[in-house]
Design a binder for this molecule. Structure first.
Ligand code: DC
Length: 219
């Protein structure tokens, strides 16, 4: 097992940016675990089902083509949409969906692709459920307004129609679901380094994360 770094937190806290930068810094493989839930959510929508329907969600999770995800053979723009994010948040509350995606995530951490010496996993429960033994855990947070403003800017930059008040409402609804669900709710691991990114830029966040990681060694 290589060195594993987990980065958890709510939508818009800066997890993806930090995880990508850490992976580049150390030459590790990066897994955006939210993408797995988005793929499942999108599959349910495409099949005409309801994301909150446990049977439809679990069926989609079991049929997930992990190979296609690894190869990047996906419609990235559609996956990044708010519609798919909402569906992902709903399917992710279904215990059978989480169970179906667990092995893929753990295998990625234990045997990172392309012989990488370690892995960075970002998501909601990477440090609490997927890799509770990971030597370095980060938990990023920021105020809902800051996270909504970041998300709004990102959607506009992608040429999507975005209304700030709507994005804020979506973020709050997603937070509520992700933090209060029964299985693997969003929360920091007891040994996670918590960073509030509201007033920090990505360089500051990276510096703080690196300082935390420097003090940790694989057990
Ligand atoms: O990180 P993201 O916005 O791509 O995640 C989309 C949804 O997927 C999120 O609202 C909750 C769910 N998710 C999860 O339950 N567990 C993870 N490890 C990652 C994402």
């Amino acid at each position: 097992m290589g060195f594993v770094i987990t980065v958890d937190g709510p939508a818009g806290a800066g997890k993806g940016t930090l995880a990508r930068r850490l992976a580049r810094h150390f030459g590790y493989a990066h897994l955006d675990t939210g993408k797995l839930y988005r793929v499942v959510g999108l599959a349910v929508l495409r099949g005409g089902g309801a994301p909150a329907d446990p049977a439809a969600a679990e069926r989609a999770a079991r049929a997930l083509d992990a190979g296609a995800i690894a190869a990047g053979a996906l419609d990235e723009a559609e996956l990044a949409s708010e519609r798919v994010a909402g569906a992902a948040s709903k399917v992710s509350a279904v215990p059978g969906v989480r169970a179906a995606l667990l092995d893929f995530q753990r295998n990625f951490a234990a045997r990172p692709p392309d012989g990488a010496a370690g892995a960075v996993l970002d998501g909601r429960d990477a440090g609490t459920v997927v890799c509770p033994g990971a030597p370095a855990k980060l938990f990023l947070d920021a105020s809902p307004d800051v996270r909504a403003a970041r998300r709004h800017k990102e959607l506009l930059a992608r040429g999507e129609v975005s209304i700030y008040a709507r994005v804020l409402a979506d973020i709050r609804a997603r937070d509520e679901r992700d933090r209060n669900r029964e299985v693997a709710p969003l929360r920091p691991a007891a040994d996670a380094c918590v960073i509030d990114t509201s007033d920090l830029d990505p360089d500051d966040v990276l510096a703080r994360a690196l300082a935390h990681i420097a003090g940790r060694t694989a057990s």
